[in-house]
Design a binder for this molecule. Sequence first.
Ligand SMILES: Nc1nc2c(ncn2[C@@H]2O[C@H](COP(=O)(O)OP(=O)(O)OP(=O)(O)O)[C@@H](O)[C@H]2O)c(=O)[nH]1
Ligand SMILES: [Mg+2]
Length: 375
Amino acid sequence: MSGIQLVDDTIIALATPQGVSGLAVIRLSGKDSIKITDQVFKGKRLVDQPTHTVHLGTIGEPDKIIDEVLVTVFKEPNSFTKENSTEISCHGSPVIIRQIIKLLLKQGVRLAEPGEFTKRAFMNGRFDLAQAEAVADLIHAENDNARQAALNQMRGGFSNEIAHLREELIHFASLVELELDFGEEDVEFAKRDDLLQLVQKVQSYLDRLIASFDQGNVIKNGIPTVIAGKPNAGKSTLLNALLNEEKAIVSEIPGTTRDVIEDEITLGGITFRFMDTAGLRETQDIIEALGVSRTHERMKIAALILYLFDLSDTTLENIEGEEARLKAIGRPYIKVGNKVDKASKQLLSDIKDHEFVLISASSKTNLETLKRNSI
Ligand SMILES: Nc1nc2c(ncn2[C@@H]2O[C@H](COP(=O)(O)OP(=O)(O)OP(=O)(O)O)[C@@H](O)[C@H]2O)c(=O)[nH]1
Ligand SMILES: [Mg+2]
C-alpha cells in the first residue's frame, strides 16, 4: 500500500490541547496543504521552501492580520502522513486558533475527523495497523510503562515479531508441500526433528506474543482488580476509599450497586483498574440479577479479586462456604475482612489463622496493607 494517495483533500486540526496556552499548533495535511497555507501566510513563499524548514510570518487576510506565526513545511513523503503538510505555531489563544482555522476552512480545507492524521499515515503505508494503534496509545499513555510499551509498538517491535513469525510459517509450509509433492517417492526434504523444532519455535513465539498482549493490555488498561462480595459487605465504600472520591453510591440497603463501577489507581507505578460490583446473592429483582451476572463475568477474567466479607454480619461457617465458591472461580484472590470495627471478638479469634486482611473501609483503616498485598 505504500505511497498510495487515497484521498486528495486537505484536512486541518488543532494538534495541541484546547484552552489557553503559550503556543498552539494547527496542523494541515493533504496534497494542497502547503499551497493553501501560502494563501493566508505573509512571508516567504512556502511552496518554494525545502521540506522540514520553519518560516516566520503573519497569518490573516490582506486587510487583517490574525497573528504572527511560525510555519513548518513538510513535503511528501517526508511527513507524518506521508502527504504534504504544514504546522502553524501560533499563540495559544482560543480566539486566535478559531480565527486561523476558520480562515483556512474558507480556503477549502476541511476539519479532520478524530484520528484522521494517523489514519492517513496508515493508508499511505507510513506504518501498519499495530503501529497506528500504538500512536493513539502513546498519546493517551497515562504512566511511564504504558508510554514505553506504546513507543516500542509504534517503532515496530510487535510488527517485526509478526513478520518473523510469518517467515517461519511460510518456510514450514513450503517444506511440507514439497514432501507432499514427492510423497510417493519417499523423498525427505526436511528431517522430522527439524520440523518438530520449527513447530516448537513458532509455538513459543505465539506464546510470547500472547503473553505480551496480556501484559500490554495490563499496562494500557490497568490490572483488572474486581471488588466482590455479598451485598452490604462495603464494596462501594472500599472503592470510594481507594479512589478518595465518592464515585459509587453507598447505602445500608443491600443491593445498592447494580452495574460495574470502575476507575484506575496507580500504586507504585503500576496501574490498577478497580471494579466495584453488584453484591452476590440470589435475587428475584431482574435488574439486580443482571448486575450479579456481570459480577460473575468480571470475576472470571479478573487478575485479582478483592473479596469482601462483612465481619459484622457473618460466621466462620458462612465464610468457609463463601470461600469454597470463590476458590471454584479459579482466579487469584485476597480475603478482605471488612467492618473490623464492628466484628465480634469471637469471630476475630475464629478467623485468626485464615489469612485475612482486616480493614474498615468506612474509616479507611489498614488500607495501606491492602494496597501492599494487591501489588
Ligand atoms: N461499621 C462499618 N460500616 C461500614 C464499613 N464499610 C462500609 N460500611 C457500611 O456498610 C453499608 C454498606 O456499604 P456499601 O459500600 O454500600 O456496601 P456494598 O458492598 O457496596 O453493597 P451493595 O452495593 O449493596 O452490594 C453502608 O452503610 C456503609 O456505610 C466499615 O468498615 N465499618
Ligand atoms: Mg455497592
